[in-house]
Design a protein. Structure first.
Length: 382
């Protein structure tokens, strides 16, 4: 019996020692959680000398989350596991989506960009000036950035969009010591939710307060514009058709999507408001023709240069009253010097400009002095 008791006591002593060691390693670090106002895809926590960021929705339907630690200069590292650890200050970054380019411009950090895949897609005049000076490396024009070139560039971090194929390189980049941060802004369905991802970029650059201030300017502008059509009755809201055909399938924004939301905020009656979905919905032509034949406006008609070209590409477009009446609008007014559409670069961070464009189209009297920024009315022929 004594031997048994002795063994048990020894075992409990070992457990006690291991418990103490475990407690030492799991030292609690106090943080302040700062919840985004509109974005659902990430969370932020501020601690003494560091930030913790978690990406909750890196892509549509994702079950995996990603966590990142951003350390202030000369700060200590909390004892936790992260998908990437980033040390401030930052000197060199790589982006992979044009929607991220305006973040650097707005934060005055354009000079930090050292590489990007397919430079011709970039419209930003500030960034294009640096491209002309040879200060930004082209990572290639394929479906994904070149991992060898990324590693050679040795950036402080790379921001990866989950719309591309760069995810397959995460482990390779981690092994090479290149912190890779997932940007899932496109998953957001509230227009201001997408814009709020500038706060993530701000944290990664050590400029959170500046990013917060820039976002609040956009938020204020958006909410002010959003309030304009609120007094309209249902009969005052024109019907709006959206989308185009591709191989006999009509692709249009689902009723829960970013595109449908902003049309609603602009005082439009979206003709497919009962077609559920947070992305594109696929419809057949007969259904669209029956539903939208007499729609007042057609907004978001791809990037056709004029009505004639649009009609020639798909003769069935000519059946719609909006096409016949010339009430077709596209987001093609602003193009970069190498052909990139500014709408797909600046639009995510400036939804207020898109909203004002749509209000001007649908209810011009509400913004009498405003001039369209992204959108333009298609003429018969240019």
């Amino acid at each position: 019996m004594k031997k048994t008791v002795s063994k048990i006591s020894y075992f409990l002593l070992i457990i006690s020692i291991l418990s103490c060691q475990t407690t030492d390693k799991k030292t609690t670090v106090e943080t302040e959680k700062i919840n985004p106002k509109y974005a659902k895809g990430f969370t932020m926590e501020r601690g003494e000398g560091f930030w913790k960021v978690e990406i909750l929705k890196p892509w549509t339907g994702a079950e995996k989350t990603f966590s990142y630690l951003i350390l202030d200069e000369n700060s200590d590292q909390p004892k936790d596991d992260f998908d990437a650890i980033i040390q401030l200050p930052i000197n060199k970054v790589i982006l992979t989506s044009t929607t991220q380019i305006p973040h650097l411009d707005m934060l005055g950090e354009t000079d930090k960009l050292v590489a990007f895949p397919n430079l011709n897609l970039i419209s930003s005049t500030t960034t294009r000036a640096r491209i002309k000076e040879g200060k930004i490396t082209d990572l290639g024009s394929g479906p994904a950035a070149n991992p060898e070139m990324i590693i050679d560039a040795n950036p402080d971090w790379i921001m990866i969009s989950t719309l591309g194929d760069d995810l397959r390189y995460l482990e390779l980049l981690k092994a090479a010591g290149v912190p890779a941060v997932i940007n899932g802004e496109y998953v957001e369905q509230h227009p201001l939710g997408r814009a709020e991802w500038i706060k993530l970029t701000g944290i990664l650059l050590g400029k959170y307060e500046e990013a917060k201030a820039e976002f609040e300017k956009v938020e204020s502008s958006y909410l002010e514009a959003e309030s304009l059509p609120t007094t309209l009755s249902g009969t005052d809201k024109p019907t709006v058709l959206s989308g185009v055909m591709y191989q006999d399938i009509w692709y249009a924004p689902g009723s829960e999507s970013w595109g449908a939301k902003i049309l609603e905020n602009a005082g439009g009656k979206y003709i497919f408001e009962d077609q559920k979905g947070t992305g594109s919905v696929q419809l057949n032509y007969e259904f669209v023709l029956d539903r939208a034949l007499e729609s007042d406006f057609w907004i978001g008609s791809a990037d056709f240069k004029d009505l004639e070209t649009m009609g020639e590409s798909e003769p069935r477009y000519k059946a719609f009253e909006a096409w016949k009446n010339g009430k077709v609008y596209s987001y093609t007014q602003k193009r970069g010097e190498t052909g990139g559409l500014e709408y797909f670069e600046l639009g995510y961070i400036r939804p207020d400009l898109i909203l004002k464009d749509l209000i001007k189209i649908l209810h011009p009297d509400l913004l009498p002095d405003y001039e369209l920024y992204f959108y333009e009315q298609l003429n018969e022929k240019k």
